[in-house]
Design a protein around this ligand. Structure first.
Ligand SMILES: CC(C)(COP(=O)(O)OP(=O)(O)OC[C@H]1O[C@@H](n2cnc3c(N)ncnc32)[C@H](O)[C@@H]1OP(=O)(O)O)[C@@H](O)C(=O)NCCC(=O)NCCS
Length: 165
């Protein structure tokens, strides 16, 4: 973990981000992970990346001899949004770490750095959606996200920027 570097994600990272979106979309280890191509043709998930990088998008790639994880956020509208939408000025984040590099602290590092970037960019909060069974929920709580709403089996969580000050 000590040699893992986090850097801003660019247009050239689109395919890796799509691969990570597949990991986040179907996170249960016993279910097949959709490929980048599959996730990008599924309208439920493609909206989290289509046109990357769109105005207002921001992301980080964790690297160590190649990309090992990514976290990014994007804002949505009342008319067009995904599961974790709370408001047009609150970006929703997505995150995944490649399966062979989980539990090393890379996800936490990506989250903390992404939160810091969102505060620096003046966003009032960040939101996300997480399945109630996903152990990632504990990690989100540890970095300051709080559950605000339940949709079926998923929770929308918010982290207010003000708590970082
Ligand atoms: C969620 C995820 C990004 C966390 O990244 P990571 O590098 O493994 O996380 P870290 O090592 O920084 O932190 C691990 C913590 O996350 C939590 N956690 C996340 N996934 C977990 C899992 N499958 N099993 C156990 N704990 C898990 C635990 O609280 C754990 O804390 P611990 O290590 O003290 O037990 C990664 O597990 C992942 O890519 N999962 C699949 C995709 C996904 O679910 N994305 C989020 C969708 S909302």
């Amino acid at each position: 973990m000590k040699d893992v570097r986090c850097r801003p994600a660019g247009v050239e990272d689109f395919t890796f981000l799509a691969t990570m979106l597949g990991e986040a979309a179907v996170w249960r280890p016993d279910k097949p992970t959709p490929t980048a191509d599959q996730v990008l043709t599924d309208p439920r998930y493609a909206m989290y990346l289509a046109g990357w990088p769109r105005r207002g998008d921001y992301g980080l790639v964790a690297e160590q001899g190649g990309p090992v994880g990514a976290a990014w956020y994007r804002t949505y509208t009342e008319m067009s949004h995904g599961y974790g939408f709370v408001a047009e000025d609150v970006p929703e984040l997505s995150i995944a770490v490649i399966a062979s590099r989980r539990h090393e602290g890379i996800g936490r590092r990506l989250l903390i750095d992404l939160i810091e970037a969102s505060v620096a960019q003046g966003h009032p909060a960040l939101s996300l959606s997480v399945n109630g069974d996903n152990p990632a929920r504990g990690l989100y709580e540890a970095v300051g996200f709080q559950p605000v709403e339940e949709h079926g089996s998923s929770w929308t969580m918010i982290r207010q920027a003000a708590q970082s000050n």
